[in-house]
Structures are given as structure tokens and as C-alpha cells.
Design a protein around this ligand. Structure first.
Ligand SMILES: C[S@@+](CC[C@H](N)C(=O)[O-])C[C@H]1O[C@@H](n2cnc3c(N)ncnc32)[C@H](O)[C@@H]1O
Length: 314
């Protein structure tokens, strides 16, 4: 849901920082972030789609924007598609979690973290082969400024690649499973035997103070949902060439939002393992169906997410 029209860029950045600092605590568990075979496979596939179907080359020095806990970059590094990573984010909480994940995966000697806003990158001109990100562009207030920064810090001939950006259509579509999930949640909790989360059910207690603040901030952090044509124009106006835009995930996202809306009403950690396994595997199966059947056939704007790449002129 886009931020209120009267929120200033400074407010949006401030809320993003606070919201994601809070979210960092249980971000990987909430979004089912995987650093094993599934995560590696998903991220390679996303990068491949962003590059227009080409098998990704190895990028020696890469800059990630809004790196979060490292889902995209650390999974790509595990496959040796990135040599050295500079992971940036406006949230120090997220970067701390990313550093912990890098350590656990044995990647920390090739990873540097830097707390910064995407619109003001503290790096020299031409210092990266790849500038990339996942699910971040829609949080950035002045995207024209950010894309010009991406161009500046790329070497001539360098690449940008972004995935997981909500399309306007997808954003509208997601409201249906979200509403439906919330409506049938009491019945679902009874069937699977999951107790209502504090604040979600008839016997609601008190929400944890941090969570309550997180929910209040949620409405402000999402600034954009994209029309593919507008996004293409923005990238071209920043000075990029060879722009590719594609769509990904339709069935998987409708299903995923429905699952998340159900699970959000249950006490965290009390959703039975059998359900969590079912949810995870059914989501992955639909993702595969999207890849095999829908993504090659339907226009980008119909999908929930947009993927893109472009080049800085050599
Ligand atoms: C939805 S999360 C995605 C995190 C990670 N890329 C992933 O896919 O799991 C968006 C991330 O963008 C960061 N972010 C939001 N606004 C930003 C900005 N203006 N500059 C840099 N990072 C920002 C947030 O702190 C958060 O970590």
C-alpha cells in the first residue's frame, strides 16, 4: 500500500529506517528466507530473469542497495556470482543481521556493510561492476536521484539489476488474498490448532511494544507500485541503455499473501510445523508453475513483481 501522499521524503526515509530496524529481529523467519539450495536457486533464477534470460556472469565488485539481511546477495555469493560485496541499507538493524548471516555462511571476508541512503551513496565514481537489489526500489522516495547515483558509481559498461519490485497491478491483486486470509483466519486457526496472536483474536492481550510500533509504520514504508512503462522511462532518463523489464510471480504471490495473512493472526512460533511445511512447499510449487507456464507468455505488468536490468554506456 503506497505511503500517504503528504509524507515528505525525509519522513519516508526516517520511517523506513525505524520500521526495518524493528523488522530485522525476525525478518528471516517471517519471510521464510532461505540460504540453502532453495534460496540459492531462487536468487540465481531472479538474476537470470532480470538479465533477460542470460545465465548470470560473475561480477567482481558489487554494490547492493537495501540489502536487508542478505537474501539476494549472500545467496548469489554462495554461487560465486559475486566476488566482493558492499551491502548497503538505511537500517543498521538489517545490516547487523546480514553481517551475522555472512559470518555463519563463511562469507564475511568478502562482505563489507555500509549504512547509507540509496539517494546519497558514499562511493567514488565508477567503483562497481554491478549495482543491484531486491524489493527495495519501492521504498525509495526520489527514484530519479537514486538511479543517477547508481549510474555514477558504476564503471562504464556496468550493470544494474533489480528484482522483486511490486507492479501496480500486482499491488491491487494482493489486496484480495490479504482480505480473504484475514476473514477466514479464525476458522483456519481452529482447524490447524494455532492460538490467536496477541491483538489478533477475541482473547487478544497486549501486543509487544516494538511490534505495535512496527505495524503503525508499515503503511508509510511502501512508496511506489510500478507501471513497467514508467519505470523504463525513469531508467532511460537517468542515462542507462539496453533496458530489460520482465514480470515474475502471479499464482505464487496470490497464494503467498493468503498464507501470510493467515499466519500473521497466529501466535508466532505456534503455527504447527506440518502447516508451515505445507505452506512453504505449496508456495515453491506455484513459483515453479509461474516460471514454466505464465512468465514466458504474459506481459510483465500482469505479474506481482517486476524484474529489470540495464547497462551504463561503455
Ligand atoms: C523489503 S526489504 C528487502 C530486503 C532485502 N533486499 C530482501 O530482499 O530481503 C527493503 C530494504 O530496503 C531498505 N531501505 C528502505 N529505504 C531505503 C533507502 N532509502 N535507502 C536504502 N535502503 C533502504 C530497508 O531498510 C530494507 O532493508
Amino acid at each position: 500500500m503506497p505511503a500517504p501522499a503528504n509524507a515528505s521524503a525525509e519522513e519516508i526515509r526516517d520511517v523506513n529506517e525505524r520500521y526495518h530496524d524493528i523488522a530485522a529481529r525476525d525478518y528471516d523467519a517471517k519471510w521464510g528466507i532461505d540460504f540453502g539450495d532453495i534460496g540459492r536457486d531462487q536468487t540465481r533464477q531472479k538474476l537470470r530473469k532480470a538479465l533477460g534470460g542470460a545465465e548470470p556472469p560473475r561480477f567482481e565488485r558489487a554494490l547492493e542497495i537495501g540489502a536487508g539481511t542478505g537474501y539476494f546477495s549472500l545467496n548469489l555469493m554462495q554461487q560465486d556470482l559475486i566476488g566482493e560485496l558492499v551491502a548497503t541499507d538505511i537500517s543498521t538493524g538489517m545490516l547487523e543481521t546480514l553481517a551475522g548471516n555472512a559470518e555463519r555462511l563463511g562469507l564475511s571476508d568478502r562482505v563489507t556493510t555500509q549504512h547509507t541512503d540509496a539517494e546519497r551513496l558514499p562511493f567514488e565514481d565508477g567503483s562497481f561492476d554491478l549495482v543491484f537489489g531486491h524489493a527495495v526500489l519501492h521504498h525509495i522516495p526520489n527514484l530519479d536521484v537514486a538511479f543517477r547515483e547508481f549510474l555514477r558509481v558504476l564503471r562504464p559498461g556496468g550493470t544494474i539489476a533489480f528484482c522483486g519490485e511490486p507492479s501496480r497491478n500486482g499491488d491491487r491483486l494482493a489486496t484480495v488474498p490479504k482480505r480473504l486470509g484475514t476473514a477466514v483466519a479464525p476458522l483456519w486457526r481452529r482447524v490447524v490448532g494455532a492460538p490467536a496472536r496477541n491483538g489478533a483474536g477475541p482473547h487478544a492481550g497486549h501486543e509487544d511494544e516494538h511490534e505495535a510500533e512496527g505495524h503503525a509504520l508499515e503503511a508509510v514504508v511502501d512508496v511506489h507500485a510500478f507501471d513497467p512503462g514508467d519505470l523504463r522511462q525513469l531508467i532511460a532518463e537517468a542515462g542507462f541503455e539496453r533496458i530489460h523489464l520482465g514480470g515474475e510471480e502471479l499464482l505464487a504471490n496470490v497464494w503467498g499473501w493468503w498464507l501470510r495473512s493467515l499466519e500473521a493472526t497466529a501466535e508466532p512460533g505456534r503455527v504447527p510445523l506440518r502447516w508451515r511445511k505445507f505452506a512453504f512447499h505449496s508456495y515453491i510449487a506455484l513459483q515453479r508453475l509461474d516460471v514454466a507456464l505464465l512468465e514466458p507468455r504474459l506481459p510483465a505488468g500482469l505479474f506481482y513483481n517486476l524484474v529489470l536490468s540495464a547497462r551504463k554506456p561503455a
